[in-house]
Design a protein around this ligand. Structure first.
Ligand code: NAD
Length: 512
């Protein structure tokens, strides 16, 4: 392996399973456990990924512990040099990473690039870490006494990420964790594991000491190994709500810091005065972009009557123009496939449920196929109307290109529906009434709110996180929350004798 040669390419057929990254190098697994990795656009198995056993989990954590002992001695200036080098390499080579993401996840290339850019924002924030973790100093709080605080890294920290953003979600955490002086063990999703290895290689080239960024491929066994290790100081998790809750409860029981971000069911509230062309454009983007596999996707449009019929017509017109296909195709489609055949069938079953519960199927994506890619895990954009709020198709997260219209009679009815839901990740209001928007942001029980913006993912210097079943713990991702999460603060109260006052010293101490 040379420094300019990426280890993993989008098209590589792995003879041996996709490995771990331990001690600054690819580490072939000896566990004998593997899982298939698919190209979702063709449905073909492109590789097998290693699934760690207990010995490999221990090996990864021990290497991270050694990495931490080196990295924590690096000066602020040296750490910053590595951070900037990583940022430059990422910026220069991000199209290679986008190709890897598309080959394993299926999202179109421009979407893959979009997630890298959002992750890169966090890298750029982390490059400026000295001004955020520099602590504070209060002079002469009592005569001759100063108080100051310093922020120190936690040590070895664990990150467990979902399939839907194989680069961006890990990047919500590791740039800040590493900049603050920690060593990271990343357990990526076993469905698209190669992006993490590509990133590991980049860190090596940027000059990060071995062991500071480790990739542990695996499933529940690897996750439980991180949760139960006394060496691992914190867990940052993103995934579905049941697993987020399990992670939160298990890791907190052993005294770790935990941030566990869960699932979502995001509503867009459309008031009658809204610009319906803007709403329809944004509903298409937020409902069907990345095939709806975004935790901030809009899955429910709450149309305050009388706008529903007109809005549905506008959304239908736009759906008819969407192009669905292989995300890596030369002429880029608007939407790629879902992550797996199992997931496609689950999404399809929700449309069956909605239909059985009495919803109108306005546009039906079930059984959708792409010519030439008949084996791909495609599902057509689907529009449902009059979805009953008692239906599981309304209450549960579908995580696919299915947009449900629920007709409501008033602003208050819409707000009540949003606030009574299980999740509280994102929401949006579309209106030209500033007073209504202001009231909405005040009274809605959701962590991230858009005003005429459908996917309100905060920029890196604000923090990302939902409420209710969308976030367990009290620490959001990135921004100031991120730096607080990955550091421990010490407050020091100090008294030094003023040399000018030595004469006033009494026998046992100084005169105050
Ligand atoms: P998932 O919960 O199935 O998996 C997430 C991670 O947990 C993976 O690394 C997986 O290997 C691991 N895991 C799975 N089952 C486990 C178990 N029983 N015990 C321990 N670990 C386990 O989620 P996913 O399908 O990869 O991702 C989609 C979900 O993630 C959706 O619910 C989506 O809303 C959510 N998500 C949320 C956010 C957010 O910011 N709130 C962001 C992205 C994705």
């Amino acid at each position: 392996m040379t420094s300019t040669e990426p280890t993993y390419t989008a098209t590589q057929q792995e003879a041996t399973p996709i490995p771990h990254w331990i001690d600054g190098a690819a580490h072939t697994s000896a566990s004998g456990r593997t899982a298939p990795v698919y190209n979702p656009a063709t449905g073909a198995v492109s590789a097998q990924v290693a699934l760690a056993d207990d010995a490999e989990v221990r090996l990864a954590i021990a290497s991270a512990q050694r990495g931490y002992s080196v990295w924590s001695t690096y000066s602020v200036a040296k750490r910053q040099t590595v951070m900037f080098a990583f940022r430059e390499l990422l910026n220069a080579r991000k199209s290679d990473l986008a190709a890897i993401i598309t080959s394993e996840h299926g999202k179109v290339l421009s979407d893959a690039m979009g997630e890298i850019l959002r992750g890169q924002e966090v890298v750029e924030l982390a490059c400026g870490f000295p001004s955020i973790v520099k602590g504070a100093y209060s002079e002469n709080v009592s005569t001759g006494i100063d108080v100051y605080s310093i922020k120190q890294p936690l040590g070895v920290v664990g990150i467990i990420s979902p399939f839907n953003f194989p680069a961006m979600v890990p990047m919500w955490f590791f740039p800040i964790a590493i900049a603050a002086g920690n060593a990271v063990v990343l357990k990526p999703s076993e469905k698209d594991p190669s992006a993490a290895l590509w990133i590991a290689q980049l860190w090596k080239e940027a000059g990060l000491p071995d062991g500071v960024f480790t990739v542990l491929q695996g499933d529940k066994l690897a996750v439980d190994g991180l949760l139960n290790s006394p060496v691992v100081q914190s867990i940052s998790f993103v995934g579905s709500t049941p697993i987020a809750q399990y992670i939160y409860e298990t890791a907190s029981k052993s005294g770790k810091r935990v941030q566990a971000l869960g699932g979502a069911k995001n509503h867009m509230l459309v008031l009658p005065d809204a610009d319906l062309d803007l709403v329809a454009d944004q509903a298409i983007n937020a409902g069907y972009g990345a095939a709806g596999e975004r935790c901030m996707a809009i899955s429910v449009v709450l149309a305050v009557e009388p706008v529903a019929d007109e809005l549905i017509e506008k959304i239908k017109e736009r759906i008819a123009k969407l192009r669905i296909g292989n995300g890596a195709a030369e002429v880029e489609p608007d939407m790629g496939p879902l992550i797996s055949g199992v997931h496609r069938d689950k999404v399809s079953s929700y449309v069956d449920i909605a239909e059985a519960d009495g919803a109108d199927i306005v546009v039906d994506g079930r059984g959708f196929q792409v010519e030439g890619n008949e084996g791909g895990f495609f599902f057509g954009p689907t529009l449902l109307d009059r979805v009953p709020i008692s239906s599981r198709a309304y209450t549960e997260e579908i995580f696919g290109p299915v947009l449900s219209i629920v007709r409501v009679q008033s602003y208050d009815e819409g707000v009540e529906l949003i606030n009574s839901g299980e999740f509280g990740n994102g929401t949006a209001i579309f209106t030209n009434d500033g007073g209504a928007a202001r009231r909405f942001q005040h009274e809605i029980h959701v962590g991230m709110i858009g005003v005429n913006v459908p996917i309100p993912v905060p920029v890196a210097y604000h923090s990302f996180g939902g409420w209710k079943a969308s976030l367990f713990g009290d620490a959001k991702a990135y921004g100031v929350h991120g730096f607080d999460f990955f550091t421990r603060e010490k407050a020091i109260t100090a008294r030094w004798i003023d040399p000018a006052k030595r004469d006033e010293r009494t026998h046992g101490g100084i005169n105050l």
